[in-house]
Design a protein around this ligand. Structure first.
Ligand SMILES: *Cc1c(COP(=O)(O)O)cnc(C)c1O
Length: 394
């Protein structure tokens, strides 16, 4: 099919919730994508921080093919080997104890919120517990996830949203303290805000919030859906702060392309929250998703992905700092490892459109931030190639 035919099929049949870039992607190899017209793109978007291993990883593809021939789905009424292995690997990598697999990030958030509410309910049998979330956060599009998303534009048309949620300012500990009361059951935030414009939590803020949570038996929920799975150079971003949440959510790169998410908790929370019958999913963590997650953890370990991210991530950071020094339209650089953002004083959408025309996939975050979330297997030469193209545009 021709590019135009495919695009017009989409425009006549797909619900118009996205303004897509005018390109039809066809296949990928390494850190490059190819469209149906044979044009080649250097990928600094990774399908929104999903394709950590890039494209065409033979070992990963082989594991999926074998699982397709064996068994795709069983439901959660039975055990299966790949998913149980995946759970053990996720616990080992995160330092957490119990996993619930979902099909997406937003479902992982839903589960985390339910676990926190149940934990508080078990203590006092009351249902008026409050959650503190952050302004400019993003946690997903389902009603519960929207309820804790600090973006009026996403929320407003769908209100009232479930639960009592109060919004504090990210990296402002006093604003959190001002909202804490004896009804607070959880504080939820991204360890690094992604969609909101790539803002890492400060050490002081994250440790301060953790302290409040410990003092008052409030659960700390860290959303690692975007910043987890090696992106910052740690397997999970909170590990770089030397602390642990009570509940953690992950998705995006967890399956490296297979739709899967998870919420993961400590034994303490697990014992006192969701029990048989309290939560469920038909697809979540099916053997196919399990095989993907399990293989992703194997490849991360074999290829020492986090070490690679530390090295290439600091190179990317250096190069972006040099750009910032050279171009006055760059107001700030923020981020960790291979999750970086440049705040621009010129329209970012125009920059990403021009990048596409020059064979570079770059996405935006917030209204004025250019976001860099490439596959974690990129090399320095790919950073150089990206910088060269970006300079032409700037
Ligand atoms: C993408 C994202 C989500 C939502 O995940 P989906 O898989 O799109 O539902 C939630 N939280 C963060 C931090 C994200 O980046």
């Amino acid at each position: 099919m021709e590019e135009n035919t495919i695009i017009s099929l989409a425009e006549s049949h797909i619900l118009h919730t996205y303004n897509r870039y005018p390109v039809v992607l066809d296949h990928g190899e390494g850190v490059y994508l190819y469209d149906t017209e044979g044009r080649k793109y250097l990928d600094f978007a990774a399908g929104i921080a999903v394709q950590a291993l890039g494209y065409g990883n033979q070992e990963y593809n082989q594991a999926l093919k074998e699982q397709v021939d064996k068994l795709l789905h069983t439901s959660n009424l039975y055990y299966n080997q790949p998913t149980m292995e995946a759970a053990a690997k996720l616990c080992a990598a995160s330092g957490m104890d119990r996993v619930f697999f979902t099909n997406s990030g937003t479902e992982a958030i839903e589960g985390a919120l339910k676990a926190a509410k149940k934990y508080a309910f078990e203590k006092d049998k009351c249902t008026d517990h409050e959650i503190i979330a952050m302004n400019h956060s993003f946690h997903g599009r389902s009603m519960g996830a929207l309820a804790v998303t600090g973006n009026a534009h996403y929320r407003e048309p769908f209100e009232p949203l479930p639960g009592i949620v109060r919004f504090a300012d990210y990296n402002d500990l006093d604003s959190v303290k001002a909202l804490v009361n004896d009804r607070t059951c959880a504080i939820i935030m991204e360890t690094i805000q992604g969609e909101g414009g790539i803002y890492p939590a400060t050490e002081e803020f994250l440790h301060g919030v953790k302290e409040i949570c410990e003092e008052r038996d409030i659960l700390l929920i860290l959303d690692e859906i975007q910043c987890g799975m090696g992106r910052t150079g740690e397997m999970f971003a909170y590990q770089g702060y030397g602390l642990k949440p009570d509940i953690m959510t992950c998705a995006k790169a967890l399956g490296c392309g297979v739709p899967v998410g998870a919420f993961v908790m400590t034994e303490k929370v697990a014992e006192a929250s969701l029990k048989p019958g309290d939560h469920g999913t038909t697809y979540g963590g099916n053997p196919f998703a399990g095989a993907a997650v399990s293989k992703v953890f194997d490849i991360f370990a074999q290829q020492k992905i986090t070490e690679h991210v530390k090295e290439v991530g600091s190179y990317l950071e250096e190069q972006l700092e040099l750009l910032k020094a050279e171009y006055s339209c760059i107001a700030a650089r923020r981020g960790k490892g291979l999750m970086q953002g440049l705040e621009l004083s010129i329209p970012v959408a125009e920059v990403s459109s021009k990048a596409l025309k020059r064979g570079l996939l770059l996405i935006t975050a917030g209204s004025n931030v250019l976001r860099f979330v490439p596959p974690l297997v990129i090399e320095k030469e790919h950073v150089d190639e990206m910088v060269r193209i970006l300079k032409e545009i700037l």
